[in-house]
Write a protein that binds this ligand. Structure first.
Ligand code: UT7
Length: 328
């Protein structure tokens, strides 16, 4: 069983942080950021809570889908920057979009979140005949978890939200989700509550950076190495199940973390960069929102058309990765 993506929607904060703005508080420059990452500017949430951006994106997707919000049976938010530990972002979004008949929960697979959530949604649709529509929301406010003194990390991320409304269909679909927990320490934001002494003494805290406690810290080189392997692998694992090759794909929609990671994947597939939807330059890395924001922009620009085969491929903290091949 496949899915039909009825519509997508997005919310992009008005405030933009340009590369030159970053020069005001860290030792960096536009040329370094552009050539090493492909990023020129990134949206930054100002007053907007993470749930607000998600609700706006979901509302737009529901309106474009032309469905009644009362027919939504499930909402999944895949944020890693929730405003609360509880309630879930999905529950707050449910209230905002008036979807009283939906189940709601959050799923955290970091930057692979949208791939994981879309695939989870498909599995719910397959096993529950009464389920008509699912809304998957990727809403991220990374800027609230960044150390703006760390030039190796804070330049990369942006804020925003995107959502998709999906239903069952018999269109082409294949997926593969994966993770390598041995790399968990390479990209993490620790909880504000420190681990209990007993956990530390017994080595359960080993390998994770001691500080800062709730800000994103990463070993950029290790994540880069992982990403250049994970992105092609995510495609091969999903595509291999249905005998699809890169030549069959109309559009690749990769996680937007670094243009060099995407270029390496393109080379590996032997396809031109013209087959990749790129939004990295103006959105930066918006974590789980990066793939649906690129998807939404590709549709809005008329690049992605009905009937085309898409490869949605992601990677992120965990270290998670995953791919979905689907017909739009
Ligand atoms: O969703 C997943 C999120 N994470 C990622 O995707 C991270 C993946 N990793 C990367 O994208 C890259 O490793 C980075 C963009 C983080 C770093 O790029 P790099 O080419 O690996 O640079 P580097 O760490 O090797 O640093 C090269 C130089 C260093 O200076 P020295 O030691 O050669 O003098 C850094 O201190 O560039 C310096 N540098 C900077 N210079 C100007 C590091 N950050 C900056 C900066 N501005 N923002």
């Amino acid at each position: 069983m496949g899915i039909n993506i009825l519509a997508t929607g997005c919310y992009i904060p008005e405030q933009k942080l340009k590369n030159d703005d970053l020069k005001k508080f860290i030792d960096t420059n536009d040329e370094w950021i552009r050539t090493r990452t492909g990023i020129t500017e990134r949206p930054m949430a100002g007053w907007e809570p993470c749930w607000y951006m998600g609700a706006k994106a979901a509302q737009q997707a529901v309106e474009r889908a032309g469905i009644s919000s009362k027919d939504i049976g499930l909402i999944i938010s895949c944020t890693l920057t929730s405003d609360f530990l509880t309630p879930s972002m999905a529950s707050v979004i449910q209230r905002e979009i008036d979807a009283p008949n939906a189940a709601a929960f959050d799923l955290n697979a970091a930057c692979s979140g949208f791939v994981y959530a879309l695939d989870t949604a498909r599995r719910f649709l397959e096993t529950d005949d009464s389920l008509k529509y699912v809304v998957v929301v990727a809403n991220e406010a990374l800027s609230r978890f960044l150390d703006f003194k760390d030039r190796t990390t804070c330049i990369l991320f942006g804020d925003g939200a995107a959502a998709a409304v999906i239903e069952k269909s018999d269109k082409l679909y294949s997926s593969h989700l994966a993770s390598d927990g041995t790399g968990a320490k390479y990209l993490c934001a620790r909880n504000l509550n420190p681990a209990p002494e007993v956990a530390v003494e017994n080595g359960f805290n080993d390998g994770f950076p001691e500080k800062p406690i709730h800000q994103l810290v990463q070993d950029g080189k290790e994540v880069y190495k992982f990403a250049t392997k994970a992105l092609p692998r995510a495609f091969e694992l999903a595509a291999g199940k249905i005998g699809i090759t890169s030549e069959d794909i109309d559009w690749f929609i990769p996680h937007q973390a670094n243009i060099r990671i995407i270029e390496t994947a393109a080379k590996k597939f032997g396809v031109s960069m013209d087959k990749f939807i790129i939004t990295l330059d103006h959105f930066g890395n918006t974590s789980s929102a990066s793939i649906p924001l690129a998807f939404n922009e590709g549709v809005e620009k008329g690049l992605i058309k009905r009937g085309q085969k898409l490869a949605i491929i992601g990677f992120g903290a965990g270290l998670t990765y995953g791919g979905i091949i689907l017909e739009y």
